[in-house]
Design a protein around this ligand. Structure first.
Ligand SMILES: N[C@@H](CCC(=O)N[C@@H](CS)C(=O)NCC(=O)O)C(=O)O
Length: 213
């Protein structure tokens, strides 16, 4: 990597429908970074090749460009955003809250994305029934997340990368076979989502979500 200046141009390459692109975009908005968003439809026939050419060796999105620097993988992108730019801290200093943030992020990667997004939302959006075990798994994941969630933000009084990660999937979670879990069965998550959507950082991005390619 070459050295980049905070003032260098920031570009995020991704897709509006892509959960991980949303996460990176929300992190940029929470940090207050000015950036350009360049759409790349990674599920088009030539999408993976374009993503490889744009800097992701495995042909995925998102990809962050900062000056001449290229960062891929959302874990690295979001931490880079928090550390390379001026703005509010997106990772708690307190070890208990930092652990909670990392637990939520890890659950999004290992549970929410495969089960709630791909196992439940995608079949619904394609008019198919999900595998029956996915509904049970999805409910169990929401129960755990609800127990972990603080209010008004997931780790307490300020937004963190955990909020960016979970917010990236919420539209899909609500539009899935476990959408009816809210608000009664997951009240803390529900309160968090109501609060998060009213934040200018997230609502700006949420408006962009609704613009389908
Ligand atoms: N581990 C990657 C995952 C990124 C990812 O799976 N992106 C999806 C869109 S949300 C993608 O590019 N899928 C295309 C593919 O897997 O071919 C990250 O954290 O950035």
């Amino acid at each position: 990597m070459t050295t980049a200046q905070t003032s260098d141009q920031v570009t995020l390459i991704g897709a509006d429908y892509s959960v991980y692109s949303r996460i990176a975009r929300i992190a940029l908005n929470l940090k207050g970074v000015t950036f350009d968003f360049v759409p790349l439809d990674v599920f088009a026939a030539d999408g993976p090749e374009k993503a490889r050419l744009a800097g992701h060796p495995f042909g995925k999105v998102p990809i962050l460009r900062h000056g001449k620097r290229v960062v891929f993988e959302t874990l690295a992108i979001t931490r880079y955003i928090d550390q390379a730019f001026e703005g509010p801290q997106l990772q708690p200093q307190n070890p208990v809250d930092r652990a909670r943030m990392n637990q939520i992020i890890s659950l999004v990667d290992t549970q929410v994305y495969p089960v709630l997004d791909w196992g439940l939302h995608v079949p619904k959006s394609e008019g198919r029934n999900p595998a029956p075990e996915m509904i049970e798994k999805g409910r169990a994941i929401l129960t755990v997340l609800d127990e972990l969630a603080a209010n008004p933000w997931l780790c307490g009084t300020h937004p963190t990368l955990a909020d960016a990660y979970l917010a990236g999937s919420m539209e899909y979670v609500l539009d899935s076979a476990v959408g009816d879990f809210f608000p009664q069965q997951a009240p803390r998550l529900w309160n968090w989502w109501q609060h998060a959507q009213s934040s200018p950082h997230l609502s700006r991005d949420h408006a962009a979500f609704l613009k389908r390619p």
